[in-house]
Design a binder for this molecule. Structure first.
Ligand SMILES: [Fe+2]
Length: 401
């Protein structure tokens, strides 16, 4: 079971025109992929849904195991898109979550859940991928396990493929983590408000706190030593499909501090897949690696994941899809542990309530078939991502499931 789930290439995108798309292309694909839609659709609330593109309305309806597409506005929920936004969603360069995150979601009736339910149908039709139905994902082994560095790559690969994450204990030493932690205050003065590489969040006392420093390795030799070290590079080889460090020099590592009591700005990200803003079918699965500079548990900002969700077409954010029969697990870590999750594995960081947390995030990606075309679209998505931290963060103690 490979974790290479890519089905698209950036240079092979077709332009999308609303009229021909809703009249011909989409109905044909809905029919061709009916078997990917029907098993789950019965359990989804799929009230009629209108997509209005530059003023041109088309309504999607689900009835008697079939989706029909009709001109006009007949539904109780409606999204208004520009032609460009429709094209980006069809080509999987954007998602309803990306629109919401950038405050561009324009729904005069209904809301994000309506759009997300229909987005599952669109993805099934456009990508030939089955919408997750209860019972589709099962596990040969218990989906909660921790590894030690001496465990084999083969064991880790098998677990990663099945469960979508790894917890490797004690990969780095306490001394190495102390050296990294000492660089946090040295790096901080280089990150100012307004810099897209710097994320700030406001805490209950009204103070703006620096919570994320992108490109932290520029100010931390100790961090460069870690990510160039064979112990770290090994992680990219675990899936066995040629993952490489795709992040650019100067932007390889994000250093996060998780304060208690954030009331504005994203510090603790709600449930999401890393592909929730788009590009799943071009990039997934990439690997995100978290290095625990300080330990983390239920009171101090631990990561939580829903094992198996990388194998499931479900809501990619902002919560665990209602009715999902896959259960979250907690990933408490000690100093020097690492967590690895696939970009398609649903995950969240739990807001700290008793102790703050420091963690480095970096990772590995797959080489693009057409690197130049991929880079242009990655940059565009990066611009979307860099604005998401201005949205509201979770309440302290939020679990979202
Ligand atoms: Fe994430």
């Amino acid at each position: 079971m490979s974790v290479d789930l890519r089905t698209r290439v950036d240079s092979e995108q077709d332009p999308v025109e609303a009229g021909p798309f809703f009249r011909e292309t989409l109905p044909a694909l809905l029919d061709a992929h009916r078997a990917f839609i029907a098993p789950a659709a019965g359990a989804l609330p799929l009230a009629d849904f209108c997509i209005e593109t530059d003023g041109e309305p088309w309504t999607l309806s689900y009835h008697a195991d079939r989706v029909s597409v009709k001109p006009g506005h007949h539904g109780e929920s409606r999204v208004r898109l520009s032609a460009e936004q429709l094209g980006e969603i069809v080509n999987d360069q954007s998602t309803p979550v990306a629109l919401m995150s950038n405050k561009l979601l324009d729904m005069p009736e209904g809301g994000l859940p309506d759009f997300l339910n229909w987005w599952l149908v669109l993805r099934a039709a456009l990508d030939g991928r089955r919408i997750y139905a209860r019972g589709d994902v099962s596990f040969a082994d218990e989906p909660r396990r921790s590894f030690r560095p001496e465990d084999s790559d083969e064991d880790m690969r098998a677990f990663l493929e099945e469960s979508g994450y790894l917890h490797i204990q004690g990969l780095f030493s306490e001394e190495e983590m102390e050296a990294v932690e000492a660089d946090f205050p040295k790096a901080a003065p280089h990150f100012e408000k307004g810099d897209p590489r710097a994320w700030f969040a406001k805490t209950q006392d009204g103070v703006e706190q620096l919570v994320r420093m992108e490109g932290f390795e520029r100010y931390s030799e100790a961090t460069v030593d870690l990510i160039d070290d064979e112990r770290f590079r090994r992680i990219g080889n675990i899936p066995g499909i040629g993952h490489v460090q795709v992040r650019k020099p100067g932007a390889r590592v994000g250093a996060l501090t998780k304060p208690i009591g954030v009331v504005k700005g994203i510090s603790d990200v709600p449930w999401h897949k890393d592909c929730s803003l788009g590009r799943h079918s071009y990039e997934c699965c990439s690997l995100t690696v978290g290095i625990s500079v300080t330990g983390a548990d239920a009171d101090s900002g631990q990561l939580r994941v829903v094992p198996g969700t990388h194998r499931a077409l479900v809501w990619p954010a902002p919560c665990v899809q209602p009715g999902l029969d896959l259960a979250p697990v907690d990933l408490p870590t000690e100093v020097g542990d690492v967590t690895v999750h696939l970009s398609c594995t649903l995950h969240t960081s739990q807001p700290p309530v008793s102790r703050t947390r420091k963690v480095l995030y970096t990772g590995f990606g797959q080489r693009a078939v057409d690197p130049e075309a991929a880079e242009i679209n990655r940059q565009r998505l990066q611009a979307v991502r860099s604005k998401t931290h201005t949205s509201v963060s979770q309440e302290p103690g939020y679990l979202g499931d």
